[in-house]
Ligand binder design. Structure first.
Ligand SMILES: [Zn+2]
Length: 374
């Protein structure tokens, strides 16, 4: 094969790519991209204002919101930074937005967080103050991930690529990224929720406990591998990195001390440390899988004892088959109306109308309310 028919590409460069540690992005259906995240939005009159550790960028009409955000941000700064024992590269940039779908994300490579101001009131977590939580959650992402960076957090990794395939019967491709920042999802999200709960802005609430209890008692906990991924199903995405991640981080702090989680992040910053498994082995003295198994055993035994203490289980009658989200029920005449996801993968629904037959009414009358959430 003549050399001029071949094309070789070899590249190596330091990537400075943007990496987001999102709070809730996987829970947004695809159509959410149509909301105003953004475009140019040239009609917005942006203002900036700084405090000792943060620089805020916000629409002028949200000046009062910015003041509240800055108060929370400065209030939690010392506690979070001192736990992870790092100096941030400068004042943290905080942009504020408002949109129907609320969210937050942290961008360690830019030392920035982006926050949305409206409470999403997410259905599988209990009620809590949105702004205080999202500020602390995203700032904790920023600090923990930067504390785990092997060099400057704005240099994300080292990428090497090779391709050789023009006019070839056999093709060769090679592309690899050696990350300088590791952020396993269950540890990242568990850490952010745990730090916010330390401040009293988030908590291990009854909704989270219900999801974990049902999964544990039905032997349906997501595997460790799923805790490293956002699932394409919003309930599993919530159960994996968020719910099980939060519970596992709480387990680590309970059994190995308050400083164990920051130590794991710090261990990830060592240049030769390329897996979370090895970092956990070094700090806690057992593998990630052994940690998972010990946590699973403990919570399953606790929930089983809790269930046994309640005596005979009283169960209700399930009126639908596939849907995991139904909300805003209203009984009118001989029908019940509400919102359902009709078995879809998201918290994304339409209106349903269901007849209330005699059998249904009888079951409802005989079923104690607590069994509806067992
Ligand atoms: Zn998050």
């Amino acid at each position: 094969m003549p050399l001029n028919e071949r094309h070789r590409l070899f590249s190596s460069f330091f990537a400075t790519s943007l990496l987001c540690a999102t709070a809730l992005i996987p829970l947004i259906p695809a159509k959410a991209q149509a909301i105003g995240f953004y475009g140019n939005q040239s009609d917005i009159q942006w203002k900036t204002a700084g405090t000792e550790h943060f620089q805020f960028i916000y629409p002028a009409e949200y000046s009062e919101h910015a003041a509240a955000v800055s108060a929370y941000a400065e209030a939690v700064y010392d506690s979070v930074v001192s736990r992870y024992r790092i100096d941030l590269p400068g004042r943290v940039n905080v942009s504020l937005n408002n949109a129907l779908y609320s969210n937050g994300n942290a961008v360690p490579s830019e030392n920035s967080v982006h926050l949305w101001l409206t409470n999403w009131d997410f259905k599988v977590r209990s009620s809590h103050g949105w702004i205080s939580d999202v500020v602390t959650h995203e700032f904790s992402h920023l600090v923990s991930i930067e504390s785990g960076s092997k060099i400057l957090p704005n240099i994300y990794g080292f990428q090497v690529g090779y391709s050789d395939y023009y006019n070839e019967r056999t093709t060769t491709d090679f592309l690899s990224l050696f990350p300088f920042t590791l952020q396993p999802l269950w540890l990242a999200e568990g850490t952010a929720q745990y730090e916010s709960s330390r401040m009293g802005f988030d908590s291990w609430d009854t909704h989270r406990d219900m999801l974990l209890r049902v999964a544990a008692l039905n032997d349906d906990l997501l595997s460790l591998e799923y805790m490293h991924n956002f699932s394409s199903n919003s309930l599993y995405a919530e159960l994996g990195p968020y719910n099980q991640g939060f519970s596992l981080v709480r387990y680590i702090s309970k059994h190995y001390g308050e400083t164990a989680v920051p130590k794991i992040w710090s261990e990830l910053s060592r240049f030769h440390r390329v897996t979370l498994d090895a970092a956990i082995e070094k700090v806690l003295g057992l593998s990630e899988k052994e940690l998972y198994n010990a946590w699973k055993k403990e919570i399953t035994e606790q929930y089983q004892a809790q269930k046994d203490s309640l005596g005979t289980l009283v169960e209700g009658t399930k009126l639908t088959e596939d849907a995991f989200w139904q909300d805003f029920p209203i009984v009118a005449g001989k029908h019940i109306y509400g919102i359902s996801n009709f078995g879809g993968d998201w918290f994304d629904g339409g209106i349903f109308k269901m007849p209330l037959g005699d059998e249904t009414r009888d079951e409802r009358r005989e079923t104690p309310p607590r069994s509806l959430t067992a």
